[in-house]
Design a protein around this ligand. Structure first.
Ligand code: GLY
Length: 376
């Protein structure tokens, strides 16, 4: 069974990481990569690897997967870089969480308590120590903390490296969009796919498939899937560039700032419910720049490069769907919402283990797509 091809629909960071991990285990893969990349979350993601500073009390189930995935990152990047001969912009300087006003202090206390409860490391810092680490921070900074375990990667660079690694390892990449599946009895027999410029769908026989189509999971797709209610959550980031002003990732409650080695700085991110509207908005751009410049005034002097919009894939309970469906051979892998880049190596490793074992492994229980099958 393990030498039959696995078809992976979707070529964001999740689909490609799954494909790479399966190839690493000697399982042949075929990736279906859509031509239209508008709104692809990976292309907009800032790439914060931040299970601590992005930690969300309401989603405690995510924390073990997030910490496992973060721990896997150095080895994952090493393998992808070795297989592709490319670099992925992985940086481990850590994150500074910065309070700029009294309200922010209360959030800082909440975050520190949340982390302490879970044995996560954060070092409380006063304004002077923060500005010593990052002299470009505003003099208005009042307090904060350093989170040494929160790192970053360049999602676009990682995605290109994954494409190259997959091709060099013998994986097939087809430009096509998955449009449906068919089963005989309970068993998957294949996918319908559509190639660019063709109206007709094409039949792709397969016994195993992974749907990793981000916010589009189930959209314009024929065949019953678990009712996870996948929807796009609009996110806008801004890219500016110039002489580097920051070393660390900086977060305030209002904005995050992610410096790249090439002098680019990512400012994120808005979050709104706008369906599949991929347009950028003036008000969101203004708010992001206002908060960014309040934290780091020098940002006002940098060159404005671009505004980018991506669709965070969100399920009804805001937890990912990873694993088998009621159709034998058909797996879902998506709904990573705000944390797709962080969760990619852990997700890929867990799904690869499940596919190899022929059943979902226990760590995937909270994320089983089947939790949505009983909901009417
Ligand atoms: N993980 C950052 C964001 O979704 O904006």
């Amino acid at each position: 069974m393990n030498d039959t091809e696995v078809v992976i629909a979707g070529a964001g960071i999740i689909g490609l990481s799954v494909a790479f991990e399966l190839l690493e285990q000697g399982i042949p893969v075929r990736v279906l990569a859509p031509t239209d990349e508008t709104g692809t979350a990976t292309l907009t993601a800032a790439g914060m690897l931040a299970p601590v500073s992005e930690a969300d009390v309401e989603h405690a189930d995510l924390i073990p997967l997030a910490l496992d995935s973060l721990a896997r990152y150095p080895d994952f990047i090493r393998r992808v870089e070795a297989a592709s001969g490319m670099t992925c912009g992985y940086r481990s300087e850590g994150t500074l969480w910065v309070a700029l006003q009294r309200d922010h202090r209360a959030e800082l206390e909440h975050l520190l308590a949340f982390m302490a409860d879970r044995g996560m490391t954060a070092e409380r810092l006063d304004a002077r120590s923060l500005r010593k680490l990052e002299p470009a921070l505003s003099p208005r900074v009042v307090a904060g903390c350093r989170i040494p375990g929160d790192h970053q990667v360049d999602p676009r660079a990682l995605r290109e490296a994954l494409f190259t690694a997959i091709r060099l390892r013998g994986g097939q990449v087809d430009t096509a969009t998955a449009r449906g599946f068919h089963a005989a009895g309970e068993k998957l027999t294949g996918l319908w796919m559509q190639r660019p410029g063709q109206d007709e769908r094409e039949w792709l026989p397969c016994e195993r498939a992974v749907l990793a189509t981000g916010a589009w999971l189930g959209k314009d797709f024929e065949g019953a899937l678990p009712a996870c209610g996948m929807r796009p959550v609009w996110g806008q980031v801004i890219r500016v560039r110039g002489a580097p002003v920051l070393e660390h990732v900086i977060r305030t409650p209002d904005v995050y700032l992610v410096p790249r080695a090439d002098g680019r700085l990512i400012i994120g991110a808005s979050s709104e419910e706008r369906g599949f509207d991929a347009s950028a908005h003036a008000g969101a751009t203004y708010e992001l720049l206002r908060h960014a410049i309040a934290a780091v005034p020098e940002i006002a002097e940098l060159e404005f490069e671009a505004v980018s919009v991506g669709f965070r894939p969100a399920t009804r309970d805001h937890l990912p769907v990873i694993g088998a469906t009621a159709t034998v051979g058909l797996h879902l892998c998506g709904g990573h919402f705000r944390n797709g880049v962080l969760l990619a190596p852990g997700t890929a490793a867990a799904l690869a283990r499940s596919l190899t074992a022929g059943r979902d492994t226990p760590e995937l229980a909270p994320f089983s797509p089947r939790r949505f099958e009983t909901v009417t």
